[in-house]
Design a binder for this molecule. Structure first.
Ligand SMILES: [Cu+2]
Ligand SMILES: [Zn+2]
Length: 196
């Protein structure tokens, strides 16, 4: 049984490297912190059937949950300014990548939040079928962002939308961002080197 499983995994690995056409290439990103130093790495690897394996490892973060998403522009400027002219690190990466014009949580590059240990490290691996890698590499590219705060997935319970006076439920900011706060890590997503 164990041998059969190992054989199946081997076949998947072989298929991945044999089909190394451009549309089958992976992508990666070196994630930089607010001081410009590399704090982590993201690897996106195409899987059979069209899904994408996502691997992330990073360090130097504050313990707890952090929002983690693909943003619309491959520009990671720690001294970027918001439209009001206020320094807002990595605002240059734009909003969540949102080609379908939907609410946060359904954005195609919304990822599970990162859990950072007391020693400031995080490591995660999961699979998404919400995009193909070439879609991330459009004219202005895209970037991976690690946020300062946790992500509520815009999941504000409906009971908060009732009452006297009626509450409004999730506001525009929540629906766009999940309220995950400032940006503490940013990496432009680039095509990975061609597999040998
Ligand atoms: Cu984000
Ligand atoms: Zn989102």
């Amino acid at each position: 049984m164990a041998g059969a499983a190992a054989g199946a995994l081997g076949a998947i690995a072989l298929g991945g490297s044999a089909g190394a056409q451009d549309e089958e290439r992976g992508a990666r990103s070196f994630i930089r912190g607010l001081d410009g130093k590399v704090i982590g790495r993201l690897d996106l690897t195409p899987q059979r059937g069209g899904s994408v394996s996502v691997r992330i490892q990073a360090r130097g973060l504050t313990p707890g949950y952090h929002g983690f998403h693909i943003h619309a522009v491959a520009a990671c400027d720690p001294a970027a300014r918001n439209p009001a002219g206020v320094v807002t690190p990595f605002a240059s990466a734009g909003p969540h990548w949102n080609p379908d014009n939907v609410s946060h949580g359904d954005h195609r590059g919304d990822f599970p939040p990162l859990l950072v240990t007391r020693s400031g490290q995080t490591r995660a691996m999961f699979t998404t079928d919400r995009f193909r890698i070439p879609e991330l590499l459009d004219m202005d590219g895209s970037a991976i962002i690690i946020h300062a705060a946790r992500d509520n997935q815009a999941n504000v319970p409906p009971r908060y939308q009732t009452g006297t006076p009626p509450a409004t439920g999730p506001d525009a900011e929540t629906r766009a961002t999940g309220d995950s706060g400032g940006r503490v890590g940013c990496g432009a997503i680039r095509l990975a080197p061609r597999a040998r």
